[in-house]
Structure formats: structure tokens, C-alpha cells
Design a protein around this ligand. Structure first.
Ligand code: TRP
Length: 446
């Protein structure tokens, strides 16, 4: 049980805030042309993300077990089919797939932290051409595999030893520091003279650019950044004391996550524009090729760069824990393996699958699956398809299967009547329809 509301907020925010906000949000925003995409993304957070966040916390807190068993328990109580537990199974698979490439990217951030450390103590060369530095990292299979492995071991250590609590405490100190660093970068960005252009790029919609795939990407990003659709927040909800106000903590977590993404965007795009990089150039390397330009110029930039990438690695660490936790918890429940062995199993398999992402940039750079690199294909299937499908089922389950007596107790008594009604009809009808329409776009049904 979390000791308090604050402990849950710290854990859930630790899960939500990560590479999704600082690495993924800027680069896919860039690839999708800015403004219109950002507004669609914000709409997805409000209309799909928030209702599902409430739903996951309610299911977790009522079930009080790992997702599969929580859902099974609740179906028994409501006389519904046990088949709903498939939500938990899908979540485990999706989390495992996301973990695989997440760990590779977190490995890049560890590498950059180490790079700046070496530069600081005078044993490493400085980054003069960030694009070339990044590409040479991507070409180095051994280096990528090592940092990916190290990050996986770090995650396994916490999950296997069950020491999340200690980490959460560290995080409630470190995450505010990361935010302060972002705000300093934002100040730097404002001084470049290109802040206005960056704001325009991020918020001025060019509706003529809107396409179906933009909706799919924005919806996927909303799930990814809030850690929704794979029962991670549900798992955390299982430890939430019954007197905590779910709407309030849900809004706090989603608000903090969105704030960090927007600040990251506002900090990074002025640097991109000031350095004559096309803000629409995108690519998974966007922050790694643009931020070093700022660190090279700022006072104490090397030190600053080191701290920044260390804290980004920590943010990724607290997120990856929540990616690994559901699968590990399930193995412990379903077999007689110990927690340590279960974590080793999940981490080992995640590391192996992650090699497909490592090889995407070198050995397998010619391999394309439906036009995507292996890493992009795994990301696409997990983030853009499996998370929304999971979210759809979670919404339907919370809206139609859970008795309204339960949701009224859990949510209705804690929020104004109109807000509860809005939540109920969002989860029952609007959110599922929005997800179906967007997913229908993938299948070209419309
Ligand atoms: N939300 C995290 C991020 O933005 C990543 C993450 C952690 C996640 N747990 C998740 C994504 C569960 C989807 C589902 O970096």
C-alpha cells in the first residue's frame, strides 16, 4: 500500500514522465509538422487519456491484485465473462514490446551521460558535430548492446529486488530537478531569439497538413506518455489507499506529464530552429543531435549536459520499471518462480527482443517490415495498435461491466455530478468510438 496520496502521485508520475515526454514527443511532433498534431494530441489526452486513467485506477483499486486477477475478480463480482482478463494478457505483451526498444533508447541517454562525464574530466573529445557523433553511436553494435544491457540490468535490479519504494523516494527529489533543468534550457531557448518561431511551430495548426495517420500517432502518443493501455497504472492503483480522491490524483498525474512534454518541446525547438535545423526533420535522434549544440555553447554546458542525461536516464528508469512490473508480477503469481527469477526472465527476453531495435541502425538497416525498421515496427504495433485496443477494452469494461454502484463510489462521490456523468459517458461511448474511428483509419475502413 502506498503510504499516502503523494507516494502514489510520485510513482505514477515517475511512470508517466520519461522518454515519452522528452525524446518521443519532440521527435514525432517534428515529423508530424507541429501545431495541428500537438492540438490533436492534447485533445487525445483530455478525451481519451484522462477517462482511461480514471478507469485504470478504479479497476486496480477495486481489484487489489495484479491486472489479470483484478479483472477476473471484478468480472466474477459482476457476473461477467472471465474473458475480459485478456486485457491483462495483452498489456503484458505490449509492455514487453515497449520495454524492448525503450531500453535501447535509454541506453543512448546513458551513453550520452557517460560521454559528457568523460569530457568533463578531460578524457573524452567534445561533440563538435552532433549528427556525426550520434550516427557513429548508432553504427556501433557493441556500444549500443552494452548500454541497452546495462539499462535492462538496472531495471531488473529494482523490479527483482522489489525496492521500488526507495527509488520512488529518490524520484520525488530528482524529477523536480529534471524539470528545473528543462526550465533552464527553456530560458536558454528563449534567448536564442527563435522562441517565437518555436511557439508558432508547436501551436499554430496548419489544418491542411492533417492526415489520418496523424490521429493514429497522436492517440498512440497519448497512451504512451501517460503509461496507459497496458495496465501499468492499474497495477499502481492496486496499492492506492481507499480514501484517496482518484479524479484529483489522475488529473495531477496527467497534468504534470503534459506540462513536462510541453516544456520539453518549448525548450528544444528554439535550439533546433536557431541552429538552422529544419524543425520538421524529425527522426529518433532529434534530441541527441540538437541538445548537444546548446550544451556546447552554454556556460558550464558540459556539466549541464551530463546532469541532464543522467536525470533523463533516471526518468526512463522509473518508467521502465512500470513496463516490466506487470509481466513479472504475473509470472510470480502464475508459476512458483521467485520474483528475482521472474524479473531475470522478463529482462532477458526484453534484452533479446531489444536487439532487433539495436540492429535496426546497423546490421539490419536494410530490413523493412511494411516499410518500417524493426524498431519502428515494434513501436508501431505496441504503441499505435495494442495500447489503444487495450484502452478501448479498459474503457468498455469500466463503463459497462463494472456496476455503476462501484464507479459511483470510487469516482462519483469525489467529483461534481456533471463531471461524473461526463466521465461515465466518455468511457461508455465517446472514448471507445474515438479509438475505434482512429484504429479504423489504420485498417482503411473509412
Ligand atoms: N510513459 C512512459 C514515458 O512517457 C513510458 C511508459 C511507462 C509506458 N510505462 C508505460 C508507456 C506503460 C506505455 C504503457 O516515457
Amino acid at each position: 500500500m502506498w503510504s499516502s496520496r503523494i507516494a502514489f502521485i510520485a510513482a505514477a508520475t515517475g511512470s508517466a514522465v520519461g522518454l515519452g515526454n522528452i525524446w518521443r514527443f519532440p521527435y514525432i511532433t517534428s515529423e508530424n509538422g507541429g501545431g495541428a498534431f500537438v492540438l490533436i494530441y492534447l485533445a487525445c489526452i483530455a478525451l481519451v487519456g484522462l477517462p482511461i486513467m480514471f478507469a485504470e485506477i478504479v479497476i486496480g483499486r477495486r481489484g487489489r491484485m495484479s491486472p489479470i486477477n483484478s479483472i477476473r475478480e471484478l468480472t466474477t463480482a459482476s457476473g461477467a465473462s472471465h474473458k475480459w482478463a485478456i486485457i491483462g494478457v495483452m498489456g503484458i505483451v505490449a509492455g514487453f514490446m515497449i520495454l524492448s526498444f525503450y531500453s535501447v533508447v535509454a541506453g543512448w541517454t546513458l551513453h550520452y551521460a557517460f560521454h559528457y562525464f568523460q569530457e568533463l574530466i578531460g578524457t573524452g573529445a567534445s561533440i563538435t558535430d552532433p549528427g556525426a557523433t550520434f550516427n557513429s553511436l548508432l553504427g556501433n553494435v557493441g556500444e549500443l548492446t552494452f548500454w541497452h544491457g546495462l539499462f535492462m540490468v538496472m531495471t531488473m535490479g529494482v523490479v527483482g529486488l522489489g525496492v521500488e519504494k526507495g527509488l520512488e523516494r529518490a524520484v520525488s527529489v530528482l524529477m523536480p530537478v529534471l524539470l528545473i533543468l528543462l526550465l533552464i534550457l527553456l530560458g536558454y531557448g528563449m534567448n536564442t531569439g527563435y522562441f517565437h518561431e518555436a511557439v508558432g511551430f508547436l501551436f499554430k495548426p496548419d489544418w491542411s497538413q492533417v492526415s489520418g495517420s496523424m490521429f493514429v500517432t497522436a492517440l498512440g502518443q497519448a497512451f504512451f506518455t501517460l503509461s496507459l493501455g497496458m495496465c501499468a497504472i492499474m497495477t499502481y492503483g492496486a496499492y492506492l489507499p481507499s480514501d484517496v480522491n482518484i479524479p484529483r490524483v489522475g488529473v495531477t498525474v496527467a497534468g504534470a506529464d503534459t506540462f513536462v512534454a510541453i516544456v520539453a518541446g518549448l525548450a528544444i525547438f528554439p535550439i533546433i530552429i536557431a541552429n538552422n535545423i529544419d524543425p520538421g526533420s524529425g527522426g529518433a535522434g532529434l534530441i541527441f543531435t540538437s541538445l548537444p549544440l546548446a550544451f556546447a555553447e552554454m556556460p558550464f554546458g558540459i556539466f549541464y549536459g551530463m546532469i541532464f542525461f543522467i536525470l533523463l536516464s533516471v526518468a526512463a528508469w522509473t518508467s521502465s520499471i512500470s513496463l516490466m512490473e506487470p509481466a513479472t508480477a504475473y509470472i510470480v503469481e502464475a508459476t512458483n518462480l521467485s520474483r528475482k527469477v521472474a524479473a531475470l526472465l522478463v529482462a532477458g527476453l526484453g534484452w533479446l527482443l531489444g536487439l532487433a531495435s539495436v540492429f535496426s541502425f546497423n546490421l539490419w538497416s536494410e530490413v523493412k517490415i511494411a516499410g518500417k525498421s524493426p524498431m519502428d515496427a515494434i513501436d508501431y504495433v505496441a504503441t499505435q495498435i495494442m495500447l489503444p485496443v487495450g484502452g478501448l477494452l479498459i474503457a468498455l469494461f469500466a463503463g459497462w461491466v463494472l456496476s455503476s454502484r462501484i464507479t459511483r463510489e470510487e469516482l462519483g462521490e469525489k467529483m461534481p455530478a456533471w463531471a461524473y456523468e461526463a466521465w461515465l459517458w466518455l468511457t461508455r461511448v465517446v472514448t471507445p468510438l474515438l479509438i475505434l474511428v482512429v484504429l479504423g483509419g489504420i485498417l482503411n475502413l473509412f
